[in-house]
Every structure is written in C-alpha cells, then in structure tokens.
Design a protein around this ligand. Structure first.
Ligand SMILES: N[C@@H](CCC(=O)N[C@@H](CS)C(=O)NCC(=O)O)C(=O)O
Length: 261
C-alpha cells in the first residue's frame, strides 16, 4: 500500500491524465504521481483495477482504485468537495457533465489519432513528446522497442492516414463546438469554472499548449505544429490559454516514477 492517501498512476503527456491531475491540483489534494514504463501502461491499469480497466489515469483514494478521468473527477468531488468542479444548479450541472462527456468522446480520441499518426514515424520527437528528461532508462527502453510500439499504438487507437485525416476535421469541429458553447460568463456551464471548462481545455492540450500545462512536449513534427498554430490563433485557442492562466494552479504532487508499474 502507498504511504499517502491519494496516488495517481498517469502518463505525463496524456490529455485524459491532465484532466485528473488538474482536478487534484485545483482541489489542492496532496497526492503522489506514479509513472509506469512505456509499454506497461495497460498492464499496470489492469493490475491496479483487477482486470476491470486497461487505461490510465487510475487513482487510488483511501485504498479504492478507480479508472477513467470522468469517474476520477466524480470521486474527487466527494473526497474533496471544495472548491467544487460540479456546478450547484441542477441545469448547469447536467450541462457541465454532458459537455465533459462530449469532449471526452469526440475530441480526446481524435486529437490522439492525429498527433500519433504524424509523430510516430519520428522516434526523436516521440521521445521528446513523452518525456521531459532525455537520456533516461525509460527513453532507452522506448527507443529499443519503437518499431514494435509504433505498430501496437496504431492498432490500439486505429491510427492510419485515413483516420488521421478525418481526425483533423473532427478536432477543428470540436473547436467550433467549444467556441459556440462558451457562455456570456466566459464559462461553458453557469457563471463559474467547472468540469466542463477543465475537460475542454485539458483535452485540447498539449496541442494547444498554455505555459501552465505540465509535461508539454519539447518538440513537434510540422503537421502537429501546423494544427497547433491554427487552433491557437482562434478565439477558442485564446479561451484555453485564459482558462489555464486563471484556473490551472500549481502542481501539488510528489513524483515517484516506478518501473513496470
Ligand atoms: N476515457 C478514458 C481514456 C483514457 C485513455 O485513453 N488513456 C490512454 C492515454 S491517452 C492510455 O491509458 N493509453 C495507454 C494504454 O492503453 O496502454 C479516460 O477519460 O480516462
């Protein structure tokens, strides 16, 4: 058992993992972050959740293990209710949860498809996307397994030229949706920051990359840079930067890298 009440197993660059990290930091919950070796993410999640869930993030709260960023935020909302991420008014809460779900289902997988399709052929950029620190054991492991990992990632997330082209359109459509949904208050649901704003902003990263976003890649391939520039120049890109500047807060975690989960 870990020696802190809350542990998050995560993937640094991942946008779904950023959702969970942001919620923990926003609520000022002291926690520990653990990182499996590349290639062991799924096995770690399966081991932690006794075969129920094969993705990260997975959180441990007082001995309970929960997978999926949406379920993690729901659990944190009970564990540390203040400040809330769910709006108080019923109608606003329903809207916030529906928008969280929409961006989870429609933006998250398409963003990942586009970025991996263009980045996977360049192992140097993959390493600088996944890791802040170069020359580590993790990086050597990644480089040694890159040819197999490329095939596995493409199969796992259905990444190919056709799905990537469609993914680009869908990411742009998600930005259209974001811009259409921002209310007069400047927020997506009600008149204050909520899980809807956190989700939309987090899932556009690290492509749209505000300085407050932890674990931003240190290199990008041209196709990724081009979409990033296009999105950042839009009102929705400015909104994401503003939301990060106003609400991201400083990381509250103790880091503990683990090998093989
Ligand atoms: N809907 C899930 C998606 C989580 C997810 O897709 N995680 C990916 C990273 S973006 C993952 O764990 N990939 C590694 C693997 O499956 O081995 C959530 O919101 O947490």
């Amino acid at each position: 058992m870990p020696d802190v009440a809350v542990v998050l197993w995560h993937i640094e660059v991942s946008h779904y993992n950023e959702k969970a990290r942001w919620a923990l930091d926003y609520k000022s919950v002291p926690h520990e972050l653990r990182v499996p070796m590349p290639g062991f993410h799924g096995l770690t999640a399966l081991r932690l959740t006794r075969g129920k869930w094969r993705r990260l993030p997975v959180i441990e709260i007082d001995g309970r293990r929960i997978g999926d960023s949406t379920a993690i935020i729901a659990a944190l909302e009970e564990y540390a209710p203040d400040p809330p991420l769910y709006p108080a008014r019923d109608a606003d809460r329903r809207r916030a949860l529906a928008l969280e779900d929409w961006f989870d289902e429609n933006l998250g997988p398409e963003m990942r498809r586009y970025v991996w399709h263009h980045t996977l052929p360049d192992t140097d950029v993959v390493a600088r996307t996944l890791f802040q620190e170069q020359g580590t054991r993790r990086e050597r492991f990644l480089r040694a397994t890159a040819p197999v990992a490329r095939v596995a990632v493409r199969a796992d997330y259905t990444v190919n030229a056709q799905t990537a082209a469609r993914a680009r359109d869908r990411v742009v459509q998600a930005m259209d949706k974001l811009e259409a949904e921002i209310g007069e208050s400047g927020y997506l649901a009600g008149d204050r920051f909520s899980v809807a704003d956190l989700t939309a902003a987090a899932l556009f990263t690290p492509l749209v990359a505000p300085p407050e976003r932890p674990y931003a890649p240190t290199a990008r391939v041209p196709a990724v840079q081009e979409l990033r520039d296009e999105l950042m120049a839009r009102p929705g890109g400015e909104w994401i930067e503003r939301i990060y500047a106003l609400h991201r807060g400083a990381p509250r975690a103790r880091e503990a890298h683990v090998v093989g989960g």
